[in-house]
Design a protein. Structure first.
Length: 506
């Protein structure tokens, strides 16, 4: 299918050189969609709200890494089915979560990490057994790469690019996980502690947790359950579990070490494995027993809760308290996984810290709700702008900044998934450089009229603002009309590829 062309109205409106737009949508009342296909038969409609994205992502992503790890895991699956309680969140969503009232289960983890893959099946099974519906996951390896070059849980002086962003980790500990010392092998006074430079230029040293790190969190807790004897008065980490193990088809194991910490090898030169499945699970189960024995009610902080709070944090109500929100935030690793799946999806590059996204978000959401669609939102700032907007840091966290250590994340998306992407601006090397918000309809197997793979089927850049004094204010009739026409073009492309119908909004 050939990519859709911009509307004439928008071309005229964007004559000053800003990029044009396109649109796409679905009718929630259409019987045609039900007759043509259902999610039980196909995953073609990845943007259906009925598609269990988090479960499918966790199952697929963890298993892909696990299957490829023949050396440690023998290529086994991490999860046997998609009945998984994990929900992956962005950095700024984690920061908002840590400020909420209630009790939350959080796991700092990553599918690239063999220790995380080893522990996660047991955590998932205990969570279901003990009635924990959601465990929020965040990975400080911000691009999910095996080389760990953008791992921000690194101390000052470490010679990897991610170290320049280590304040993302440090601030989380300094501000919210204030009793982390009580729960980890590397407290702030250890040789392996992490130091970072804060926004005032001062070096701060904090405890360094290992991934995976599972914890029960309540920002108002004052009871010390660690047994450390440190006498902590503020104990937001109510209970925690940190233990590095590995797993293969025989179970959970550790490698035997000699007195100098080297692997003990068998006669074939392979590390000797000691299996500790039952003992490990008994230790892990303690955190769940604590929840059960103390009748702790686990709270939830939904994606919609985050969207409402984050978008409204800039001084204007974007989403009301009762507004249904069908814009669905995803992480970088989720975005890459999504674009590797069979089927059609609607994706928005943008985020709450972007004025342009805040200007068009209500319109995009209205289209999504009316047509019973989900629009996946990936924020091109790896911290959602939180460290700059809230804490005063000045370093860019945008993957669209050509001079940033993060720019490789954007070019990776271009090279792997967005091979036919077009935009109104270009990078120095000639690659297209999008302006956010950028909405597009996507299918990895779509082709253009000449038979070449063209996964971006329709797109639009939406350069609108809220400021009534500016030319592209979204509240003028002309700009709102042009914006709607652009969005509708993208939605119609999605509809054509899924066999559904779409409706316009007023």
């Amino acid at each position: 299918m050939k990519r859709k062309i911009l509307s004439a109205v928008l071309v005229a409106a964007m004559a000053v050189g800003m990029m044009t737009g396109c649109g796409d949508s679905k009718d929630s009342n259409s019987s045609k969609a039900t007759e043509k296909e259902t999610l039980g038969d196909t995953k073609a409609q990845l943007s259906s709200p009925d598609y269990e994205f988090e479960k499918e992502y966790t199952f697929g992503d963890f298993n892909a890494h696990s299957n490829n790890d023949m050396e440690r895991q023998g290529g086994i699956d991490t999860f046997e089915d998609t009945d998984i309680v994990y929900q992956d969140i962005s950095y700024d969503q984690l920061m908002y979560l840590l400020q909420q009232e209630g009790n939350y289960m959080i796991q700092l983890t990553g599918s690239w990490c063999h220790n995380s893959r080893a522990m996660s099946p047991s955590v998932n099974e205990f969570a279901k057994e003990y009635g924990v519906d959601t465990i929020y996951t965040y990975d400080f390896n911000i691009n999910n790469a095996d080389d760990g070059s953008l791992f921000v849980r690194m101390t000052n002086g470490t010679d990897t690019p991610g170290t320049k962003l280590n304040y993302m980790y440090g601030e989380m500990v300094s501000r919210y996980l204030t009793n982390l010392n009580d729960w980890v092998a590397y407290p702030a006074d250890s040789d392996s502690a992490l130091s970072y430079t804060n926004a005032e230029g001062k070096e701060v040293t904090v405890a360094k947790l290992q991934q995976p790190f599972l914890f029960l969190y309540n920002k108002d807790n004052t009871v010390d359950n660690s047994g450390s004897g440190n006498g902590s008065k503020a104990c937001p980490i109510v209970y925690a579990f940190e233990e590095m193990v590995e797993r293969d088809a025989k179970g959970i194991y550790v490698k035997e070490k000699d007195d100098e910490g080297n692997d003990v090898l068998d006669k074939d030169g392979n590390p000797v494995r000691t299996y500790i499945t039952d003992e490990f699970n008994e230790r892990l189960k303690v955190i769940f027993d604590y929840i059960k024995n103390n009748n702790i009610q686990i709270s939830t902080y939904s994606k919609a809760d985050y969207m409402r709070e984050a978008f409204n944090a800039y001084g204007q109500e974007i989403f009301g308290a009762d507004t249904q929100i069908n814009l669905y935030p995803i992480t970088y690793r989720e975005a890459g996984w999504l674009m590797g799946q069979d089927g059609n999806a609607l994706i928005l590059f943008g985020g709450p810290s972007s004025e342009g996204t805040r200007a068009v978000a209500p319109i995009l959401n209205e289209y999504a709700v009316k047509n019973n669609l989900r629009i996946y939102m990936y924020d091109i700032r790896v911290d959602g702008g939180y460290t700059t907007d809230q804490w005063g840091y000045t370093q860019t966290t945008s993957i669209l900044d050509e001079d940033s250590i993060l720019s490789g994340m954007y070019t990776e998306l271009l090279d792997k998934y967005l091979t036919n992407l077009e935009a109104g601006h270009s990078m120095e090397n000639g690659d297209p450089l999008i302006q956010v918000p950028y909405l597009f309809a996507y299918n990895k197997d779509a082709q253009d009229e000449d038979g070449f793979i063209a996964p971006v089927m329709a797109y639009c850049e939406l350069p609108y603002v809220q400021n009534p004094e500016m030319r592209y204010c979204i509240n003028t009739e002309k700009n709102r009309t042009a914006c709607k026409e652009s969005i509708m073009t993208v939605l119609q492309s999605y509809a054509e590829h899924t066999g559904i119908e779409v409706q316009d909004i007023q």
